[in-house]
Design a binder for this molecule. Structure first.
Ligand code: COA
Length: 336
């Protein structure tokens, strides 16, 4: 059987209208622009209001990606929505499918926190490689502001909302060059948005759990240590699988969590700052959206060009982390 390759042929993104800068945050909690900027590199973040939903942001990002890929919604075979903050715990991907009118597509949610987009790319690629699907829409979207404790200065300064999407397509040449995915559940307690059970007796002797999800809790120092150690390792492994030296990487595209993490990883890999894509300052940590959002901005600014090699890495709750090396295609292959 002929090998089927995978190419990423379009990107799109969407951000909420409202933004909140560090100065405004310092009116809510005991913090300062100086503290947030120097420790994280974040200046402002976008926040979804009640007129915006995960579905609306994701749909907007998807339409832009489909447009850039020069296909129609009816061409899509599969939609994967990477998110930890669906509008509906039963899943939001199908609603997006309905909004897009992607009548042929099957849709499902995938949850891997801030690694969701990278895990989603690898998942999407398998369906293309095995010949089942031709066009896959992958969305990374999160509205973490719903789940942030706005009185906790150790977490509320970090997060923001947004959505990004890409279209993957079967192609003769393979442009997804290598990947590595990892999880370590023994460190699960480092970063959580967890369900807190509360007993409710529905009839004598029968208790069910009717609790609520608790706001994001995090051991910042542990997460920082984990990211700085594990992300370079996983990128090196993915490069090894791609049979590429680090010098061949045109762009380092990390999950946008913290400028210090991005700088430390780039330093460890000896990747110069000119090759690092970062828009963290404007959006904060948008979880599963951060990589496709930064990618889309770089593509639309003409920074990332067809043929560029990108090393992308996501990391976060789970703990989960992963890297993928791909060559940006960005055009409909049949038109080449
Ligand atoms: N404003 C002002 N002061 C703050 C603050 C804020 N927003 N948040 C914490 N502080 C204070 C702490 O209370 C502490 O005060 P103390 O020394 O009087 O106890 C001091 O600043 C230092 O706190 P610490 O937690 O040691 O800071 P840090 O240098 O580790 O930086 C993070 C905190 C969160 C920026 C850093 O740990 C980090 O980036 N971790 C990774 C987080 C991440 O990326 N998570 C998502 C991964 S997907």
């Amino acid at each position: 059987m002929k090998n089927i390759g995978v190419s990423i042929i379009g990107s799109g993104s969407a951000i909420p209208k409202v933004f909140l800068d560090n100065q405004q945050l310092s009116q809510i909690v005991d913090t300062s622009d100086e503290w947030i900027s120097s420790r994280t590199g974040i200046s402002q973040r976008r926040l979804a209001d009640t007129t915006e939903s995960l579905c609306s942001l994701a749909t907007q990002a998807s339409l832009a990606a489909i447009g850039q890929a020069n296909i129609t919604a009816q061409d899509i075979d599969l939609i994967i929505l990477a998110t930890s903050t669906p509008d509906d715990l039963f899943g939001t991907a199908s609603k997006i499918q309905g909004e897009l009118g992607a009548t042929k597509a099957v849709a499902f949610d995938l949850t891997a926190a801030c690694s969701g987009f990278v895990f989603g790319l690898v998942t999407a690629a398998q369906f293309i490689r095995n010949g089942v699907y031709q066009n896959v829409l992958l969305i990374g979207a999160d509205i973490l502001s719903r789940w942030v404790d706005w009185e906790d200065r150790t977490t509320c300064v970090l997060f923001g909302d947004g959505a990004g999407a890409v279209v993957l397509q079967a192609s003769e040449s393979d442009r997804l060059l290598g990947f590595e995915l990892r999880s370590d559940g023994s460190q699960n307690g480092c970063l959580n948005l967890s369900y807190q059970p509360q007993a409710k007796e529905i009839i004598e002797g029968v208790n069910v759990s009717q609790g609520t999800y608790q706001p994001i809790s995090m051991n910042g120092k542990e997460v920082y240590r984990f990211a700085v150690q594990k992300v370079p390792e996983v990128i090196e492994k993915a490069l090894f699988r791609a049979n590429l030296d680090v010098e061949k990487v045109d762009w380092l595209l990390l999950h946008q969590a913290n400028k210090r993490i991005i700088d430390a990883v780039a330093n460890r890999l000896k990747i110069p700052s000119e090759k690092v894509i970062s828009n963290l300052s404007n959006y904060g940590n948008t979880s599963a959206a951060s990589i496709p959002l930064a990618l889309d901005e770089a593509v639309r600014k003409g920074k990332v060009k067809s043929g560029d090699i990108i090393a992308a890495s996501g990391f976060g709750a789970g703990l989960t982390w992963g890297a993928i090396i791909f060559e940006w295609s960005g055009i409909k292959l049949s038109q080449k």
